[in-house]
Design a protein around this ligand. Sequence first.
Ligand SMILES: *[C@@H]1O[C@H](CO)[C@@H](O)[C@H](O)[C@H]1NC(C)=O
Ligand SMILES: *[C@@H]1O[C@H](CO)[C@@H](O)[C@H](O)[C@H]1NC(C)=O
Ligand SMILES: *[C@@H]1O[C@H](CO)[C@@H](O)[C@H](O)[C@H]1NC(C)=O
Length: 345
Amino acid sequence: MIIKKLLEISILFLFAKSAMAGKTYNVLNYKARGDGKSDDTNIDGNITAPNKIWTNERTSLLSFAGINDLNIGGNGTIDGQGAVWWQCNQCKKPFLLAFDTCKNLFVGDIRLINSPSKHLTFNKCTNVSVDWIRITAPGDSPNTDGIVMQGTQHIQITRSIIGTGDDCIAILTGSNDIKINRCTCGPSHGISIGSLGGGYTEANVERIHVSNCLIFNSMTGVRIKTWQGGYGYARDITFEAIKVAHVDTPIVIDQSYMSQRTLQQKAVAISNIRFMKIYGTSTQTEAVKIECSPTSPCTGVTFSNIALYKEGQDRKVSAICENAYGTTNGMIVPSLRILRKSKVL
Ligand SMILES: *[C@@H]1O[C@H](CO)[C@@H](O)[C@H](O)[C@H]1NC(C)=O
Ligand SMILES: *[C@@H]1O[C@H](CO)[C@@H](O)[C@H](O)[C@H]1NC(C)=O
Ligand SMILES: *[C@@H]1O[C@H](CO)[C@@H](O)[C@H](O)[C@H]1NC(C)=O
């Protein structure tokens, strides 16, 4: 693995913390140069976690915090050896590779496999580029999300292939200006915005563009999920040119995630959401489920050129579309009953 420093920052800020040993390793001691020119190839190779329960703290196998101008690449594999963790219900399962409050990050060409829980996380980072990475874990491994971001701005994820037991990519509160392009997901729970607003909290996400992705063998394709009782917004979100294959429910907005709907609760406001050129096959008849809150309807929801079919003999699918205001244009299969009148709230 290559860990290359890009700009003229002090190398002293470049460190890899191994939570496993509770120790911080200075890469300079492992022949890294960090002069902005050399690839630090002496730390090339694979990183493999111990094949046992090695922590009971909320931690990560590898974490980088407060680092600017960092480039992590190469052909290395980080193997979390997650199998022993997946069967342990009470364990606090570590993430595999975590970035906190980092700026100007590039992560590319690496492979992450079998994390005990989430594989790659960004918390409060700015200006992040992820390119050509592969993330793999079994489809039935619990909570093994591929990439999860929270409080992160200006991030692009391109040309990456992710197959795990949970969300392929999850976008959580405080994240904005996100571009996901040419990614492949499957098996997975799809590309998810949320869940947002759990525990009656505020959540804000905006300016998200997901395009040219393939999602296959997955529970959902693209989805926005919010809890009842939260507040804030999820807005200016586009899903464009998404091919789905063998996906249970390709398009989902769920404003009462994990609960029965009750009328009085407020919700994270969902507005300006575009679903464009989404096509392929579902396993369920209800291929589109837009379930917005009656007290806080979704507004500005646009569907254009949707073509979904069920696998097998009877290829007909149907849509649920509740409390959503917006427009449709082009071919829309299945047909949707979107509310036309824009509602002033
Ligand atoms: C790293 O791991 C990959 C995948 O497990 C393997 O194919 C490769 O040979 C390993 N490389 C080294 C240097 O051990
Ligand atoms: C990855 O491996 C390929 C094939 O061995 C090599 O051509 C490429 O330069 C390597 N990439 C990096 C960034 O080391
Ligand atoms: C964003 O980070 C990249 C490195 O990944 C860097 O080259 C670029 O200059 C940064 N952009 C800004 C606006 O700082």
